[in-house]
Design a protein around this ligand. Sequence first.
Ligand SMILES: [Zn+2]
Length: 408
Amino acid sequence: MILKTNGERLWDSLMEMATIGPGERGGSRRLALTDADIEGRNLFRKWADEAGCTFRLDTMGNLFARRNGKNPEAPPVLAGSHLDTQPSGGRFDGILGVLGGLEVVRSLNDHRIETESSVEIVVWTNEEGARFYPAMMGSGVFSGIFDQSEIYTHLDPDGFTVEEELRRTKQLGDTPCKSFPIRAYYELHIEQGPILEAENTKIGVVTGGQGTYWTHITLHGQGSHAGTTPMHLRKDPIMGASRIITGLREIVLKQPGAVGTVGRLETKPASINSIPGQVFFTVDTRHPNEEILANINLDLKNLVNSICSEEGLENEFSIIWEAPTINFHEECVTKVRNAAESLGYSHCDIVSGAGHDACQMSHIAPTGMIFIPCEGGLSHDEAENTTPEQVAAGADVLLNSILASANH
Ligand SMILES: [Zn+2]
């Protein structure tokens, strides 16, 4: 049996949610645990309440809206994402996963379908990490990756802690934030990249997430006068850095699917007529295969050492963060693919370029993700856009994946 959702209703809900914490260019600004974020959550709560859901709020503010199944003791099927946004956020990143889950519940109601397992819509706290570090916070504590008491002490730029803001906004619930048996977790999300649009494909069957390394590199040379120091006598770390950065591009280009980014570059002293004595820069490298990613970073380390010895520089090379590659659950991935196939929607397998709550959940529950294309691959910007047709297709796949898991 193949069911469809009500795409128009879902689109209307997305547009109504976007008016809360409105941005200047049609997007939204709902930083985690601000009044705007809570107003968005309350609107979701009202809608889920009208759809007959019951609620649990946990000690990280993660909100679960439940539609009971025939067998309330059986592990539930979860669908969720986040309602918080970037400072100049779009209308779909995260919101689609939550309101897509709501649309699934509304559609099950429309069709008077009773599922075997219960279905729960989850709103995870602070996925974006734009106000409180780190990203994917609520789902990370739930999955046992982060420690709640430590996370509670994290500060926003104004000096408020996570715990204070959870209390102030009445989001500190009484259900302990820890995992429970879950039949399957599904997350519907915009791709946030250009692949599906370029391939003219409706549905991305997400097989996993790529691994990430963050590296800090500092090069030490000899600061000196820009006019009096002959080129061949210099120990110039910015020249070394520029060779390393172009070398990084060559290393990355040799591996299809790899990406490498230098997002910060700082010279010391930063002065137009001084050769800097020190240069600091960051490198972010990603690839879906753990071994290839490790090799890219080994090649980078070797490159840094060889260029430093040629340029007469010393270096400090430290990997400050390593996120493992994620493989979603074979059974969930297959259910998503089968749903897209049965609905007659074009689809392809895809690896997520960004982190998601689903990545945290994959450590404790069978997890799958569904991507839909977004305009120009743009995200984390108010210009983020997709179409009512694409949103409806994604929700249809979510509905049928959930049905397949809930009626095992
Ligand atoms: Zn998101």
